[in-house]
Design a protein around this ligand. Structure first.
Ligand SMILES: Nc1ncnc2c1ncn2[C@@H]1O[C@H](COP(=O)(O)OP(=O)(O)O)[C@@H](O)[C@H]1O
Ligand SMILES: O=C(O)[C@H](O)[C@@H](O)[C@H](O)[C@H](O)COP(=O)(O)O
Length: 185
């Protein structure tokens, strides 16, 4: 595949997406987006009450993130996105948009090709015990640790032909960033 214009750092809540994503973006000089900042208020309230999000809750959020990625990458801006992206279909939306359609109509009705976002997917993997231990210590976040089991239940780890690597959260964030940067070379 062509060199990725974007890196998706994915995984369950507490796997270190925000920490690793921000550090990676700063090392690369790329723009950083944290998908948590793009949840509508209803999604935050739902998670805050300990209710897992449904596909219906997540799809508009992912479509919005796809549009942001596509706009930036099309303008030559490289980006790092930290986003749970737990299911394959969610990652497909980030890459292609909701319909995965190769064509879209502009305002004048003309059809034009939509570009896929070339993504390197970085899956941060770890045991329930390690990650729940980190979540229990994390302060000031809307996501309650009780939702972690549902995140593991929902998780579909990336697999071929996705363009992905897996890195253990047992490594520290700097080590993880070095591995990702080596992969991008
Ligand atoms: N590789 C790591 N090793 C040790 N602690 C980590 C690591 N990555 C993240 N953390 C800590 O774990 C907690 C969850 O990390 P965070 O980046 O908020 O995860 P996520 O964005 O996936 O929910 C934070 O308190 C963070 O400082
Ligand atoms: O799809 C989801 O259910 C949410 O996006 C969830 O996966 C995400 O993890 C939350 O936004 C909590 O934020 P943290 O991942 O930072 O805990």
């Amino acid at each position: 595949m062509a060199a990725p214009g974007a890196v998706l750092v994915m995984g369950v809540s507490g796997s270190g997406k925000s920490t690793v994503g921000a550090l990676l973006a700063s090392e690369l000089g790329w723009k950083f987006y944290d998908a948590d900042d793009y949840h509508p208020e209803e999604n935050r309230q739902k998670m805050g009450k300990g209710i897992p999000l449904s596909d219906q809750d997540r799809i508009p959020w992912l479509c919005n993130l796809h549009d942001i990625l596509q706009r930036d990458v099309a303008s030559g801006q490289h980006v790092v996105l930290a986003c749970s992206a737990l299911k394959k279909v969610y990652r497909d939306i980030l890459i292609q948009g909701k319909d995965g359609a190769p064509l879209k109509r502009d305002e004048s009705g003309k059809e034009e090709k939509t570009a896929e976002v070339k993504l390197l997917v970085v899956h941060l993997t770890g045991s329930f015990e390690v990650i729940s231990g980190r979540l229990l210590k994390r302060k000031g976040h809307f996501m309650p640790p009780e939702l972690l089991q549902s995140q593991f239940n929902t998780l579909e780890p990336p697999s071929a032909p996705e363009n992905f690597i897996q890195i253990s959260v047992d490594k520290n964030p700097s080590e993880i960033v070095v591995i990702i940067m080596e992969t991008l070379k």
